[in-house]
Design a protein around this ligand. Sequence first.
Ligand code: DAK
Length: 260
Amino acid sequence: MTYETLIVERSGHVGTITINRPKALNALNSMVLKELARAIHELTDVDAVRALILTGAGDRAFVAGADIAEMAPMGPWQAREFSELGHVAFALLEDLPCATIAAINGFALGGGLELALSCDLLYASEKAKLGQPEVNLAVTPGFGGSQRLVRLVGKTRAKELIFTGDFVDAQKAKEIGLVLEVMKPEELMPHCQKVAEKIASKGPLAIAKSKRLVERGYDMPLRAANRQEAETFALLFDTHDRREGMAAFLEKRPPVYTGK
Ligand code: DAK
């Protein structure tokens, strides 16, 4: 598959999607959002890609937001459709049965931060600047930021970021729990690759199911979520990988997982 606005790569079980519009600081236009959904669909085979890294092309931005030039002439109906494209692509990411990692290499603003927030693990370079500056344009976050940001950093921090439109630097983002780690720009991709490879070496179904348990369980009452966990745990006992993992431990050798 070829893409106009993305670079999609695979190395072993690790996939990388790079948003590739560096001249516009990788701003998300309709084409990017549609291609993103298509690329995510392509990567949904659980045994093919076991961890996916998202990043931005160039050295300035992860993604500097939704494309303001494309949004400027929109009426409410087009804005609704545009917003839907983002929601669909980001929900696909959240539902992808493998780990997703945002390598935040520069500006992650508005829709760009919302894209990162749809990933499982967020790592940032020292150069990163993060924020929800939509209010500067007299709109609200449109791709789930008002909900995912609250869940990650809490209600008042999220309100502060959304109401002021201020950018936070990478260190501050780590302090408030928005990103996991901050590192030198040249260390970011190797670090994300290392984490991705580590995750890819585990039982793929266990990763897929763990992700689902965390995502779905978060909005459920504790008892129901725990019941779901017990059922998932039990179901995995009927897989090749579970037998392989335990046999490998007892035979003191590394396991070979197939996602079956
Ligand atoms: N969209 C389009 N182009 C962008 C862009 C963006 N978000 N951000 C940057 N660019 C372009 C600039 O226009 C410029 O293009 P040229 O003039 O060279 O052609 C190029 O990238 C380089 O940017 P600057 O010249 O501005 O670079 P600076 O270093 O001076 O400034 C900056 C960097 C990131 C601080 C600045 O570019 C900036 O403030 N960018 C906008 C950031 C922003 O406001 N992001 C949030 C966008 S709003 C909704 C749906 C979606 C959304 C909301 C509602 N509904 C349907 C309800 C989402 C909204 C957003 O994400």
